[in-house]
Design a protein around this ligand. Structure first.
Ligand code: CTP
Length: 420
């Protein structure tokens, strides 16, 4: 069991009841959880609920004369491996960002040296407010990790971003952060098979290098060639691998979405920049995933100045082949590196995917038919088939994050069967 100590901060939002589920899941994963609540949180869930389930005092106000420990915020904050806030209101985010310490939870934040992870939940307008986003950016710069809220129907009956992430994903991300933290206070775990209940960190010890998003190839300083890749599938791969304990580095081109904060992202916009960024980082990787839609061709001579029409009716652009990052990684692979490619096709999906596997000497190919509804570039779902030299498995439509977990399963299976 993991034996981490977690300080769970609960703040005043409808989603406060979900903190109970988060606490239970963390306990199942072997963590000891102590709960601190803001006064407003107690309007939504009684401290007694947490007290009964955690078998420990729940601290709301450390100036309360009934409080057995007069410096509880210091003792609490310095004896935890992670301060996890579920749910976090815009108010607590604003207070943390500005160093306000007017109650137990805010004082704990200031007095803690443990990593901090915040799972916000609020109305979309409050989430999108420049003030909230400014506070989040400030906290990110301070090293705070966020479990991004998801899109869905909110308590106010509107649909938009601001819904608390699923309990399972919050717990996965919290456990992943704990395992990746360089110096866990209570107990370090170098054991790749560490048992944390249903959230098995079966990719601990692997280092994923993943290309994500589309590349942009300059024609001149104002124009470019690109594609519709959103980066959703690649980031889903990164998040799935990180949640299962892998160290993850993403080399991202142009993306329409952002990853959760505990993933290391290097930006590389053109195919040649991406090629360079991958080459520089490959030696540390144990798994390479080419999820980016890399342009196959780029303008042969990008103009230094904006190209003028000059009365021309037609124009020819000469293109030259870009480096095939995936093929190069596979052909120069070091011992132990597993190489995974993606094949986005519109016809003869399996045939083309298999020929990519063979031609590029890949270990695994993830094929999808991008012409199918629910499997396109910007969709939140995907319909994948996973191919290896001697197997092929088709999956039905599922969220990209779930599809990413299927790919992770295939990587683990490949490692078990082939050792590399
Ligand atoms: N890829 C890459 N570098 C390139 C081109 C592609 O790393 N310059 C990777 C992609 O990340 C993806 C896979 O190769 O994993 C896609 O294979 P590819 O044969 O390039 O697919 P298409 O671009 O669709 O090519 P084709 O038109 O030949 O099907």
């Amino acid at each position: 069991m993991s034996n981490y100590k977690i300080g769970l901060g609960v703040t005043g939002g409808i989603a406060a009841y979900k903190a109970v589920e988060v606490m239970r899941a963390l306990q199942k994963a072997g963590c000891e959880v102590r709960v601190a609540m803001t006064r407003h949180a107690t309007e939504f869930v009684q401290p007694l609920t947490f007290r009964a389930l955690s078998d420990a005092e729940v601290i709301v106000d450390d100036y309360d004369p009934e409080n057995s420990d007069p410096i509880a915020h210091v003792n609490f904050s310095q004896n935890i491996d992670l301060l996890l806030i579920v749910p976090a209101t815009a108010n607590i985010i604003a207070k943390f960002a500005n160093g306000v310490a007017d109650d137990f939870l805010t004082s704990t934040y200031l007095a803690s040296t443990a990593p901090v992870m915040i799972a916000p939940a609020m109305n979309t307008t409050m989430w999108e407010q420049p003030a909230t986003q400014r506070n989040i950016a400030r906290l990110r710069a301070d090293g705070v990790h966020f479990v991004e809220p998801i899109s869905g129907e909110l308590a106010c009956k509107t649909v938009g971003t601001g819904k608390l992430e699923d309990v399972e994903n919050i717990v996965r991300q919290a456990m992943s952060l704990l395992v990746q933290s360089p110096k866990p206070k209570v107990q370090s775990s170098d054991d790749p098979s560490i048992d944390i209940g249903p959230w098995t960190l079966d990719l601990t010890g692997e280092h994923f290098l993943i290309t994500v998003g589309g590349t942009r190839e300059a024609i001149d300083p104002v124009r470019f060639i690109s594609n519709h890749s959103s980066g959703k599938m690649g980031f889903a791969m990164a998040e799935a691998a990180a949640a299962r304990g892998a160290e993850v580095t993403v080399v991202a081109g142009v993306t329409a979405v952002e990853p959760s904060t505990h993933i290391n992202v290097v930006r590389a916009i053109s195919a040649s920049e991406m090629h360079k960024a991958v080459s520089e980082r490959l030696s540390d990787a144990t798994v390479f995933v080419g999820a980016a839609a890399v342009a196959d061709y780029a303008p042969a001579n990008a103009a230094d100045a904006k190209i003028k029409k000059d009365g021309r009716e037609t124009m020819t652009l000469e293109l030259k082949k870009t480096p095939d990052i995936l093929a190069e990684v596979a052909s120069r692979r070091h011992d132990g590196l597993i190489v995974v490619g993606f094949a986005a096709e519109t016809n003869k999906v399996i045939d083309y995917a298999r020929s990519k596997l063979e031609k590029k000497k890949l270990d695994i190919v993830v094929a999808n038919d991008v012409s199918k509804p629910g499997a396109g570039f910007n969709a939140d779902t995907n319909i994948i088939s996973i191919l290896t030299a001697d197997s092929a498995e088709d999956f039905s439509i599922m969220p990209k994050r779930e599809a990413a977990d299927k790919v992770c399963d295939a990587i683990i299976k490949f490692r078990e069967e082939h050792g590399r």
